[in-house]
Design a protein around this ligand. Structure first.
Ligand SMILES: C[S@@+](CC[C@H](N)C(=O)[O-])C[C@H]1O[C@@H](n2cnc3c(N)ncnc32)[C@H](O)[C@@H]1O
Length: 333
């Protein structure tokens, strides 16, 4: 037996190191987005010397940024000339319909340049744009573009969604899709049965995208719209069989959700169904962390089933079902 004291085992810092690596990568990517690097390479400013001279930038900083973007595989280099990679060509050139840069830049700033900690200290939020105002329209459009490019996958996902919920399109069915985005879920119901009528609600420019998608699907004659803020627009009364709230309730406080559910309750016929799909507290999602909803809204959070149940009960709903990881349904008695 030795008298040597056992050295404590030092844990590895793999997770922290990975996070540290991401912070560097995000900083480089963000500078590339702010400086519109890919557009400049596309225009032919394809050496660091040319770009820095043309833009009046620091030559050393420009060269280092371009090289680091190569190491992120968002540019490539041959003989000191930089070239676009396919992914950048598609998503990072402003003016292209597939441009995602504006939304990505906003996302880089989701924690308000360090203001997230302050929001937690004080409870004051949102710390950047409020995701429930029409200031965010460009961001949303940036999110939708890649999905709209893969129409078949988008439609398959929507078909499976209603199957999981046990909802079937039928003659005379009237559906309201609140905060619809490009509306693949409700539009697929119109495609499944020509007797289904869909009412889409969102900001005007988003509705234009949804109507474009309805055209692509050949269901535009079955679609009506309500334009503008879901708080001030009228949903009508006793006229819908199904009201869908997709990925919107996590941006509101539970009091506001109860108010919204009451509005939906009034719009449904007796026996009508409310279907909610949201990122839930029980099932965290890497692309929608709970704190993001907290940061970009006045009252949002990822809620769990029990919390949704009490909001829905407060608004008069019954037969509340936890269908899968995201969807919840309830019935107007
Ligand atoms: C995350 S997207 C969800 C889109 C779609 N429902 C889905 O599940 O994919 C949120 C949508 O809500 C809309 N939205 C947010 N706040 C709104 C408001 N106050 N009034 C109307 N639409 C709103 C946005 O414009 C955006 O299209």
């Amino acid at each position: 037996m030795t008298n040597e004291t056992k050295k404590p085992k030092i844990p590895e810092s793999k997770i922290i190191d990975k996070l540290n690596e991401y912070t560097y990568k995000v900083g480089i990517f963000r500078a590339g987005l702010e400086l519109d690097i890919w557009k400049k390479v596309e225009k032919g400013e394809d050496t660091a010397e040319q770009m820095s001279a043309k833009e009046g930038w620091d030559p050393l900083g420009t060269r280092m940024l371009l090289d680091d973007l190569c190491s992120l595989k968002l540019l490539k280099k041959r003989n000191n000339r930089y070239r676009l990679v396919k992914e950048a060509e598609y998503y990072l050139i402003p003016g292209k319909p597939t441009f995602e840069g504006k939304f990505l830049l906003n996302d880089c700033n989701w924690e308000g340049n360090g203001h997230l900690a302050e929001a937690i200290r004080t409870g004051k939020r949102p710390i950047y744009h409020d995701a429930t105002t029409n200031e965010m329209v460009d961001d949303w459009l940036g999110v939708y573009v890649p999905n709209l490019l893969d129409e078949a996958a988008y439609l398959k996902m929507s078909t499976e969604f209603w199957k999981t919920l046990g909802v079937q399109a039928h003659e005379g069915m009237r559906v309201l899709d609140v905060a619809c985005g490009p509306a693949p879920r409700s539009l697929i119901l119109a495609r499944q049965n020509t007797g289904v009528q869909i009412t889409l609600l969102d900001w005007e420019r988003i509705l234009n995208t949804a109507l474009g998608f309805a055209n692509t699907l050949g269901v535009e004659k079955q679609v009506a719209t309500i334009t503008g803020d879901l708080w001030s627009t009228d949903f009508g009364s006793n006229q819908f069989d199904l009201v869908f709230l997709g990925n919107i309730t996590h941006f509101f406080s539970s009091e506001d959700n109860s108010r919204l559910f009451q509005k939906v309750y009034g719009a449904l016929v007796p026996g009508g169904v409310i279907a909610i799909s949201a990122i839930r507290r029980e099932y965290p999602h890497p692309m929608g962390p709970g704190l993001w909803f907290y940061a970009v809204s006045k009252g949002g959070a990822a809620y769990d089933f029990d919390e949704y149940t009490s909001m829905l009960k407060r608004s008069g709903f019954a037969d509340i079902k936890d269908v899968a990881k995201q969807p919840i349904t309830a019935v107007k008695p």
